[in-house]
Write a protein that binds this ligand. Structure first.
Ligand code: CAA
Length: 259
């Protein structure tokens, strides 16, 4: 596919997707979703990539779904547009590797929903967050009602969902919506550093810790603990033997490549 909206850069073990439609504040249209599906598919097949970073070009991360595309939709088209976005964001969340949102500016509506499909978020001090759909007489359609509630709890979620207030990075940090705030000019550098730390760990340990954590969220607690114990066990042969021996021998572990 010829990418028009996404820029994809691969720097050693780290992939960076930049949403580059700054004139429309990176608003999400059908073309974006088609490109993102293709990008996620190709990243998921590339076993050398250990971390994905998603960011935006210009003053917005993403200012929401494309209102100009949505304005004439019928209810049926609206539901299909919602499902398409939900599927794309689920495939981001379900990637085997960690995904970091580098939130450079406005993360509103579908933009916050995209940010929340990432495993965690590092934000510029200039970023702003909100679910302003009710201003348009709409509600979130890319799982915002569900991911926001799971991330910050029902009270803070419903505060944002019903008031449409845009909050600054320090309030987003306070409610647990983001994990760290950095100066705007240091954002990408800082997120790459975090990605490099993750990429230095055992590849299988990182994949499994993400899988068990995410999968367990939708499971009964005891079953989730069983899943954890199974994966803990398999990790002894996969990487644990090397990692624990390296610790005891006071050397750096050498992880197997190419599983
Ligand atoms: N869709 C389409 N175009 C958008 C857009 C969006 N979500 N957000 C911004 N734009 C466009 C503007 O129309 C404008 O285009 P023109 O230059 O052609 O007029 C351009 O981007 C720049 O925007 P502004 O001039 O408005 O920039 P600003 O700095 O004055 O304001 C803003 C920034 C506060 C983010 C404002 O643009 C805004 O409120 N945007 C809409 C935010 C929103 O409501 N998002 C939710 C969308 S609905 C949704 O996402 C549903 C869902 O969950 C599936």
């Amino acid at each position: 596919m010829n990418y028009e909206i996404l820029q994809i850069e691969i720097k050693e073990e780290i992939a960076i997707i930049t949403i580059n439609r700054p004139k429309a504040l990176n608003a999400l249209n059908t073309r974006f979703f088609n490109e993102m599906d293709e990008a996620i598919e190709s990243i998921s097949k590339n076993k050398n990539i250990r971390v994905l970073i998603i960011t935006g070009e210009g003053k917005a991360f993403v200012a929401g779904a494309d209102i100009a595309e949505m304005v004439n939709m019928t209810p049926e088209q609206g539901t299909a547009f919602s499902k398409k976005g939900q599927n794309t964001f689920n495939s981001i969340e379900n990637l085997r590797i960690p995904v970091i949102g580098a939130i450079n500016g406005f993360a509103l509506g579908g933009g916050l929903e995209l940010a929340m499909a990432c495993d965690f978020r590092i934000a510029s001090s200039k970023a702003k967050f909100g679910q302003p759909e009710v201003n348009l007489g709409m509600i979130p359609g890319y799982a915002g009602t569900q991911r926001l509630t799971r991330l910050v709890g029902p009270a803070d979620a419903l505060y944002l969902l019903t008031t449409a207030e845009l909050i600054k990075a320090d309030d987003a940090l306070r409610i647990g919506l983001i994990q760290k705030i950095v100066e705007p000019e240091e954002l990408i550098e800082e997120v790459i550093k975090i990605a490099q730390i993750i990429a230095s760990k055992g590849p299988k340990a990182i994949e499994k810790v993400k899988y068990v954590t995410r999968k367990g969220l939708n499971m009964d607690f005891e079953k989730a603990c069983d899943l954890e114990a199974d994966y803990f066990g398999t990790q002894f042969k996969d990487e644990g033997e090397e990692g624990m021996r390296a610790f005891l021998e006071k050397r750096k572990p050498e992880w197997k490549e190419n599983y």
